[in-house]
Design a protein around this ligand. Structure first.
Ligand code: FES
Length: 127
């Protein structure tokens, strides 16, 4: 089911190289990391590891997970959940692509902990 709400245009898909992430500062909210995987999928998460708040945007992307740069926990880009033995979850932000541009659900950007904490995101692919 598609999320209902207002979508924020955060720029073209070409601004994020495959296998990397860009950060999006949010006034009055949590910084967001937008990832572009080698498979051409895009995901957005709060830029904080559930372990000790490491900046996930600086981690290495493997498939649909990212390794935290601080202590190497692997975090699912789809669900925000820590993988393997590790426990914890980073809020995800609903994301869609349209016309080569990236859109984030405004309500989740402003209050990600409430709006998107439990929503697993579906991958958005560049056309
Ligand atoms: S802060 Fe991310 S693994 Fe420790």
């Amino acid at each position: 089911m598609a999320a209902v709400g207002t979508w924020l245009d955060i720029g073209p898909t070409t601004q994020i190289e495959a296998g990397t992430a860009r950060t999006l500062p949010v006034e009055g909210g949590e910084e967001i990391a937008v990832f572009h995987t080698m498979r051409g999928e895009f995901y957005a998460l709060v830029n904080k590891c559930p372990h000790k708040a490491g900046p996930l945007s600086q981690g290495i992307v493997h498939g649909d997970t990212v390794s935290c740069p601080l202590h190497n926990w692997r975090i699912s880009l789809r669900t925000g959940e820590a993988q393997g033995e590790d426990k914890g979850c980073t809020p995800t932000i609903p994301l869609k692509l349209d016309g080569g541009r990236i859109f984030l659900l405004r309500e989740a950007v402003i209050a990600p902990a409430h709006a998107a904490a439990k929503s697993a995101t579906t991958p958005a692919r560049a056309a």
